[in-house]
Ligand binder design. Sequence first.
Ligand SMILES: Cc1cc2nc3c(=O)[nH]c(=O)nc-3n(C[C@H](O)[C@H](O)[C@H](O)COP(=O)(O)O)c2cc1C
Length: 360
Amino acid sequence: MLAPIAGYCDLAFRIICRQLTAPDGKGIGLACTDLLSPQGLLRGSATSLDLAATNDLDKPVGMQLYGADPAMMAEGALWAVEHGANVVDINMGCPVDKVTKKDGGSRLLCIPDIATEIVRACVRVLEPHGVPLTCKMRLGWFNDHPVAEWLAPRLVDAGACAITIHGRTTEQKFQGEVNHDGIARVVQAVGRTHHGPGPGIPVIGNGDIRAAADVLAMMERTGCAGVMIGRGALSAPWIFRDAWHLISTGESLPEPSDEIKIEIIRSYVDLMARYRTEQYAMVQIRRRITWFGKRINGGACKRLKRAVSEAADRAEVHSVLDRYLAGEFRGGRDWDGPTAAPRAADSADSPIYAETPALS
Ligand SMILES: Cc1cc2nc3c(=O)[nH]c(=O)nc-3n(C[C@H](O)[C@H](O)[C@H](O)COP(=O)(O)O)c2cc1C
């Protein structure tokens, strides 16, 4: 599954990831919108509506809601179904002050009665539509006080159909290594494992998956039924295809050629312009080129990245990409070392995650 990454996994990017799955369409089970404010959706705020936009190429799609008022969350869930959601997800993992101060996101891990009441209220409105409710959570708030393995069974009793677990605590934010043992404990508490059918619900493991082999490692170490990939997909949106191939055949696929990667960038810019605006496409590609560039020419493509980020408009981006394919912007002292870690603060579109610190 493609993780929600506010300000990154927009409709255009979700479609790119889906188009890069295996030829039979397998690889991505589900992709998710950014976290959405039910109040914003119900008010018809332009930002919320843009973030919730989906279409027929973007299926199945989850819409993720955040908040702490069960009645409002249920209204948001109904709105999501009426606007194309195949799954509604509740955010129980966001560590950002703006969200947790109002008891939303990972703060719900500390107020289990409200968390379960939100699930119950949403399931009540979703059930008649046959739309499942899922929860995405962290291991707990404090490092020394895991909550997820205790809370998950209560959420399942309240009607949650799947749990995604990011193997970190709120205190950790995005630092430190993902805790596979913590994910395994949630699988043991509620999970149906990938080893075979059994009681329980699917638990989806999340955190630090960068390559197809990491998917296998996550599944082996935790027993989770599936995985969700966020940052790893930003520079390698073909990771879902690679992982599916590895799981189903035991073989690794070769890395796509640089020509294919350039075409991916081209399609991405065009899709952003089609589904949002020219200006949005340009703002996004200027920062996203750093991510794509990590995997072009082994990361040594400083001149290409600079030319794309300095392009005045989409036609110029296309021209830069054409010229790169024709051999320009190559050679010389091009290696600029590992590219800087993405900063959520770079996000043009994510009022919430814009406040998170630099990511490791
Ligand atoms: C910039 C940024 C934005 C994020 N936005 C969301 C979000 O809207 N909803 C959510 O549940 N998680 C969000 N996450 C967390 C990711 O979905 C994921 O749990 C986390 O990045 C770990 O997975 P990864 O190592 O595969 O990226 C965000 C993470 C980052 C870095």
